[in-house]
Design a protein around this ligand. Structure first.
Ligand code: UT7
Length: 325
């Protein structure tokens, strides 16, 4: 029986120009390039310029994704933007992006699941498309975490960066088999008992301020290893696939040690991991579409390849998706 699947028509990404190296950070806080590289794998990250907003980055990524898909903006019916760093508390940054793209129909909204945001947004758009409610969607991850960092806190300020990535999805009838093109399954989870392990110490309803990122790094690390492996196994099981079937593993980029450990645990070839962490740092909801776009543009990800994505972030939230490019 045929099945409606969300097929990726194209992708795009955008990074702000300013590069902040580990040495730049070592001049501000008590850290070193050696510590950051050894503990995280990060060498540098990008930082948005003054006046360069989350919407600015999201618009640029969306325009590139549309060009790559060979589609006009007015062919898009749904925009889901994953971000934890919106331009304003409201309206949604997605509506700013919608207006900039000249789209006046359909719906646009933000979705907040911190570093898991892109997986949550992809799952949301996929369900709208599979239900037949929309035919096309733009799923964007865009962040300016540099605006919510405490630049005196070495335990967090060395980890994050700014950027945006986007994919264009289109609902297409597929044969309903394992080698269908498009999103094969999505799996999202949250457990709010861990709310205070990775959070921002401000907000409109609590302090009336924006706040800064606070994290119990070691605890997040411990849970990330377990939760990521669990939701990868869930994705493989749902589609009847094995780790050896995966062509490309495009994880959320938080820590190289987590990614290497995950690959080892589930038996993935380390050469199949798309890693951008060294140059982008952790760009939260933007990291997966940024990495996807890089691997598509440099020819690693080809049509027909099986791609596994996963993420874990504040909440805690975590999730995975298997898709055939
Ligand atoms: O994207 C959302 C999900 N986020 C994550 O997955 C992040 C998960 N956590 C991590 O990636 C790691 O826990 C970190 C990279 C944040 C930290 O690495 P760690 O190996 O867990 O270090 P730690 O927090 O246990 O700290 C070890 C030492 C401490 O010093 P003492 O107490 O041993 O004297 C820290 O104060 O390293 C110190 N430290 C630093 N030293 C130099 C912490 N940050 C720094 C720093 N530079 N930037």
């Amino acid at each position: 029986m045929t099945k409606l699947r969300s097929v990726v028509r194209g992708c795009g990404s955008f990074l702000p120009e300013t590069v902040l190296t580990n040495d730049d950070l070592a001049a501000k806080v008590d850290t070193s390039d050696a510590w950051i590289v050894e503990r995280t794998g990060i060498r540098e990250r990008r930082v948005a310029a003054e006046g360069e907003l989350t919407s600015t980055l999201g618009i640029r990524a969306a325009e590139k994704a549309l060009a790559h898909a060979g589609m006009r903006a007015d062919e898009i019916e749904l925009i889901v933007l994953a971000t934890s760093t919106p331009d304003n508390t409201f309206p949604s940054t997605a509506t700013a992006i919608q207006a900039a793209l000249g789209i006046t129909h359909g719906a646009a909204f933000d979705l907040q699941a911190v570093c898991s945001g892109f997986v949550f947004a992809l799952a949301t758009a996929d369900n709208f498309l599979k239900a037949g409610q929309y035919k096309t969607a733009l799923v964007i991850g865009a962040e300016t975490f540099s605006r919510i960092l405490d630049w005196e806190d070495r335990t967090t300020c060395v980890l994050f960066g700014d950027g945006a990535g986007a994919v264009v999805l289109e609902a297409r009838e597929q044969p309903g088999e394992a080698d269908d093109q498009g999103i094969l399954s999505t799996h999202i989870h949250s457990d709010g008992r861990f709310y205070d392990k990775l959070y921002v110490d401000g907000g409109p309803s609590s302090t009336g301020t924006v706040g800064c990122v606070r994290m119990s790094g070691r605890e997040v690390f411990r849970h990330a290893v377990v939760n990521i492996a669990q939701c990868i196994e869930e994705a493989l099981e749902a589609s009847g696939m094995k780790a050896s079937d995966i062509d490309w593993f495009v994880p959320h980029q938080a820590n190289k040690r987590i990614l290497d450990g995950t690959a080892r645990k589930i038996g993935l070839d380390p050469d199949r991991i798309v890693m951008t962490l060294d140059r982008h740092g952790n760009t939260s909801a933007a990291s997966i579409p940024l990495a996807l776009d890089e691997a598509v543009r440099d020819g690693r990800i080809q049509r027909g390849d099986l791609v596994l994505i996963e993420a874990m972030g504040g909440g805690f939230t975590w999730g995975s998706s298997l898709l055939r490019w």
